[in-house]
Write a protein that binds this ligand. Structure first.
Ligand code: FES
Ligand code: MG
Length: 597
């Protein structure tokens, strides 16, 4: 247990608002409006920590909606520990409903949380998370403002079932789309099966971006050990909500802050754990963003260097067979960390919100079911992490090589002298509307060795970056049994998809990236051993194309639809740098560097 110097009631940040003799008028104004609904003077001025609860649940955000009830237990915990809870809303982010994409709102929610944490009388905060981007938005803001903060995930849904078959959220959609395209099922059947995957309150029950990012919050040390994947309806979820409430009050007294926890070691632990979890391809974007706001240099080379060799231990969809209920019962995130620690892959002394090191928290956390959480020396797949590919079209793009199927290898990786390289002719699409309009056009001559390219899908081309790179082959090929083609793009793909795409190519076409220079019919060579993707073209021809594009005014993309789209596009960084707002990344430890005035 770390030894913390406890602060005194006089040192509470909320005193500036509620008990400040230098500003008696202002203080009176702050107090009177909280009294108007029944808060007492004693609660505000007797030295109790004021604890914010950032509420990410609403009717618009079904994945997080049960936080509306869950925070009652958080408030009970805060009260029991001698604090006063104040709940406030997070800008809603709901992954599969928000248009043009939920990722557009991660930075907007981040800004909102920063302003609330900085500008209101809060001594600490409980950040309620769930659906994909709510977790990184909350952690980025916690890093920027740096008041004591703890993350409470809402937890995944119960397993989805169709008869005796597990149905995983998101993952089933990718499967059903192929069945629909092949004519095996109709739309009514599609809808009925899709809804089987969402049987209860909670976020996606697969190891998609939501389960990944909430697991990452736990690995980073920002939520209570063992809490990330407790299924939303379980009694343990409400219990850990209570414990989270009591713990944040102590964290205030201990002055234990996010930047004490979000160290380089914590981020390296996150990279390693993400591989072992078979985590979402969105994790590098969000983890790199949180690191940037914490002042830690982290890039996709770190992901390859530390993460690529780590084996897959979590047998959870989309990489594995089970869902989060089994994952929780098998020991959840602590059991994964226990295996990594035994293999010497974890920084065991990284601090966590309970005041202990991550290593100390792992005593007695062995896997309870090696079929679901494998032993390190008997994994599901070797080298489960990302490769960071580079070449003459981009500086960085991620690929998870462990999900390359045997069928794919036989079709492409078939040069016995160089089994890690393949070549193909490209067909290029400009955004998902173009893809949907043309994918079945026979004139494109897409065959089993074509590489599909999606551009205009990065954070500027499609505001926020679209999850569209895992493109389905044309219906005619699916009917022949070709269910996937290699895909490359400057957008993202859903964390619930297991496609072996080359993703997040940075810089994107819309900001001068080389994908803008590709033409359908060009040939690409992908060399996994060297970590390269090369357009097979004379450098002079590439230069000539670059000049022609510049003369035409650069790569064209659709205009802004809202003020925020325009603002974000003017300052957003590429996906490999976390898609952060560039001017925001210089603000650090805001609560202490810039105290309220
Ligand atoms: Fe919300 Fe997956 S759609 S967590
Ligand atoms: Mg998604």
């Amino acid at each position: 247990m770390a030894n913390f110097q406890r602060i005194t009631p006089e040192q509470l940040r909320s005193r500036y608002w509620f008990d400040n003799p230098d500003h008696p008028g202002t203080t009176a104004l702050c107090i009177e409006r909280y009294l108007n609904y029944g808060i007492t003077l004693d609660e505000l001025t007797s030295g109790k920590p004021i604890i914010g609860i950032c509420q990410s649940g609403s009717d618009l955000t079904p994945c997080n909606r049960h936080h509306i009830d869950l925070v009652k237990r958080v408030k009970d915990g805060i009260r029991a520990a001698g604090g006063v809870p104040f709940e406030f809303p997070m800008h809603p982010i709901h992954e599969n409903v928000r248009r043009p994409t939920a990722a557009l709102d991660r930075n907007l929610a981040y800004l909102g949380i920063v302003e609330v944490l900085h500008g209101y009388p809060l001594d600490g905060v409980v950040l309620t998370t769930g659906c994909d981007k709510t977790t990184p938005a909350a952690l980025m803001a916690a890093a920027t403002v740096n008041i004591p903060a703890i993350v409470l995930s809402g937890g995944p849904m119960l397993n989805g079932w169709r008869g005796a078959e597990r149905v995983g959220s998101g993952t089933i959609i990718w499967e059903l789309r192929k069945r629909l395209a092949a004519g095996d099922i109709d739309y009514a059947e599609f809808l009925s099966r899709a809804s089987d995957s969402a049987p209860s309150i909670g976020h996606c029950n697969t190891m998609g971006t939501a389960s990944t990012m909430n697991s990452m919050a736990e690995v980073l040390g920002m939520s209570l050990p063992g809490s990330a994947v407790i299924p939303a309806p379980y009694k343990e979820r409400a219990m850990v909500a209570f414990d989270t409430g009591t713990r944040i009050v102590d964290m205030v007294w201990e002055d234990l802050r996010p930047l004490d926890i979000l160290t380089r070691e914590a981020f390296e632990n996150a990279i390693v754990a993400c591989s072992a979890l078979g985590g979402s391809s969105n994790a590098p974007v969000h983890i790199n963003a949180i690191a940037r706001h914490a002042g830690i240099e982290l890039d996709n080379d770190d992901w390859q260097r530390l993460g690529h060799e780590i084996p897959l231990l979590a047998n959870v969809m989309p990489a594995g067979a089970f869902l989060c209920e089994e994952f929780y019962r098998a020991g959840g995130v602590p059991a994964i960390l226990h295996e990594l620690q035994s293999a010497g892959k974890l920084h065991g002394d990284a601090l966590t919100v309970n005041g202990r090191s991550i290593g100390d928290n792992l005593q007695g956390c062995e896997t309870q079911d090696p079929d679901v959480i494998c032993r390190y020396n008997d994994p599901l797949v070797d080298h489960a992490g990302f490769l960071n590919l580079k070449g003459n079209l981009f500086d960085s793009a991620l690929m998870k090589t462990s999900v390359i199927s045997r069928d794919f290898r036989e079709r492409f990786l078939n040069d016995p002298s160089d089994p890690e390289a393949f070549e193909g002719k490209v067909v290029v699409f400009d955004g998902s509307e173009d893809y949907h309009a043309r994918i079945d056009d026979p004139a494109l001559n897409i065959d089993a060795r074509t590489i599909l390219v999606m551009r205009g899908a990065g954070p500027v081309g499609h505001p926020g970056g679209a999850e569209v790179v895992n493109m389905q082959p044309p219906e005619a090929l699916i009917k022949q049994g070709i269910e996937s083609l290699p895909c490359l793009g400057d957008g993202r793909q859903s964390g619930t998809s297991g496609s072996p795409s080359i993703l997040n190519a940075s810089p994107e076409a819309a900001t001068g990236g080389g994908l803008a220079l590709l033409e359908s019919g060009d040939r690409l060579r992908v060399d996994l051993k060297r970590g390269e993707v090369q357009l097979l073209i004379e450098p002079s021809e590439l230069e000539a194309r670059r000049e022609r594009l510049a003369q035409q005014g650069g790569y064209r993309y659709p205009g802004h639809q809202t003020p925020w789209q325009e603002i974000q596009r003017s300052m957003v960084e590429p996906l490999d740098r976390g898609m952060t707002l560039e001017p925001a990344t210089k603000y650090r430890d805001v609560a202490r560097q810039h105290p309220p005035r």
